[in-house]
Design a protein around this ligand. Structure first.
Ligand SMILES: NC(=O)c1ccc[n+]([C@@H]2O[C@H](COP(=O)([O-])OP(=O)(O)OC[C@H]3O[C@@H](n4cnc5c(N)ncnc54)[C@H](O)[C@@H]3O)[C@@H](O)[C@H]2O)c1
Length: 362
């Protein structure tokens, strides 16, 4: 059999999750000269069905790897001549981090350190053309007051949830490997993503599903928490540009410049789903139920993306109106791939999801 020599061998951890699968679906077909290895443990949040469109591509492989297990990561680096790591793999749900923080330490902290150490051992002596990319979040910066300026890359880390604390810790290790060992790293902190293929425990797919099924829509506290929303493919394009730029040791903030209160977002979704389903205007507003606020709930996140715009020319291309419309249509038209065998009516999230997350809302 002919062996193909790929220019880059890119390990994409967490490639079966929401952002990782959008990354692979977008880039695998566009870069046949690079090999993409999806290394994912397939936790409840990972689903290979997300990747149907690329699973036959010759430059795509799947490896079941738990990054919190050093041996498994070492095996991966033995099997492939890895040149790049893009680390999406994480426990990513804040509510779950409150009910059980330890998996967040194992995957987000230990898993990241395992990857850094294996990359260092595989690459030492020859860092040329190598890159370790850490995908991080704006939540590490903590909370902003309404009148405060958006987070820049210089903002001090101040995480409040076990999730954001674990991501902050991982980011510190990434910088430490760069500063101590010279590992070629780069890091980005992104605001809330939305779009197709998100696991239905997160706010937007959960709200859409609850409207379709006429179930209550829980809103934490007064619903006035502000988040900055970015369409997932815009995030993918930002990561692509940052990888190409090779600005080693640097951090880039990525945001949608699109701040919305949770309650405003829910009302937009209600209007949109009701319209598309032919319901009268305001039909599903009665589903909104205010519930006790999440402990440690940050009031406002907002990202200042001027650096990536100035240095790499990136800016979001999908407006909130367009992105939310696309997203609502996608969830209406696609039975979620986590529930391929559900009977009619379609569009229901899998029933065990509702049982398995009694404490979590989104
Ligand atoms: N979703 C957002 O809005 C957002 C915003 C900014 C940054 N991020 C970051 O982007 C990354 C991806 O987020 P997402 O929303 O796609 O998450 P997700 O929960 O949808 O997917 C996580 C993926 O990681 C895999 N995984 C979990 N533990 C693993 C382990 N031990 N070993 C290997 N694979 C494992 C899961 O199986 C899943 O496929 C995360 O690092 C997250 O912190 C997310």
């Amino acid at each position: 059999m002919k062996t193909i020599k790929y220019q880059k061998v890119i390990v994409v951890t967490g490639g079966a999750g929401f952002i990782g699968s959008n990354f692979l679906l977008t880039l695998v077909p566009e870069y046949p000269e690079h090999l993409f290895i999806n290394a994912d443990a397939l936790t409840y949040a990972g689903n290979l069905a997300n990747l149907k469109e690329v699973e036959q591509c010759s430059n795509y492989r799947f490896e079941k790897v738990d990054i919190s297990d050093l041996k498994q990561v070492q095996e991966l680096f033995k099997k492939y001549q890895v040149t790049h790591v893009v680390n999406f793999a994480a426990e990513s749900h804040v509510d779950r981090s409150i009910s059980g923080p330890l998996p967040f330490v194992y995957t987000n902290v230990l898993g990241t350190v395992n990857l850094l150490q294996c990359a260092y051992e595989a690459w030492k002596g020859d860092f040329k053309g190598k890159l370790f990319y850490q995908v991080s979040t704006d939540e590490v910066y903590g909370s902003l007051l309404t009148e405060e300026n958006a987070f820049t890359e210089k903002h001090k880390y101040d995480p409040h949830s076990p999730y954001s604390a674990s991501k902050a810790s991982a980011d510190h290790f990434v910088r430490a490997y760069h500063d101590t060992f010279g590992l070629p790293t780069v890091l980005s902190n992104c605001s809330n993503n939305y779009g197709p293929l998100q696991f239905p425990e997160k706010l937007i797919p959960l709200v859409i599903s609850n409207i379709i099924n006429q179930r209550p829509i829980p809103i934490y506290g007064d619903g006035k928490q502000v988040r900055d929303w970015l369409y997932v493919v815009d995030h993918v394009r930002a990561i692509e540009l940052i990888i190409k730029s090779r600005k080693l040791g640097e951090t880039f903030n990525i945001g949608g410049n699109n701040e919305l209160q949770n309650i405003e977002l829910v009302k937009i979704l209600i209007a949109s789903v009701d319209r598309l389903l032919g319901n009268p205007e305001g039909h599903s507003l009665g589903l909104i139920q205010y519930v006790k606020d999440r402990p440690g709930h940050d009031t406002r996140y907002a990202i200042d993306s001027r650096k990536i715009h100035r240095e790499l020319g990136w800016h979001p291309t999908v407006t909130a109106h367009e992105g939310l419309q696309k997203t609502v249509c996608w969830y209406l038209n696609n039975q979620h791939p986590h529930s391929p065998h559900l009977p009619e009516p379609q569009y229901r999230v899998r029933p065990e999801f509702h049982q398995s997350t009694p404490r979590g809302l989104y």
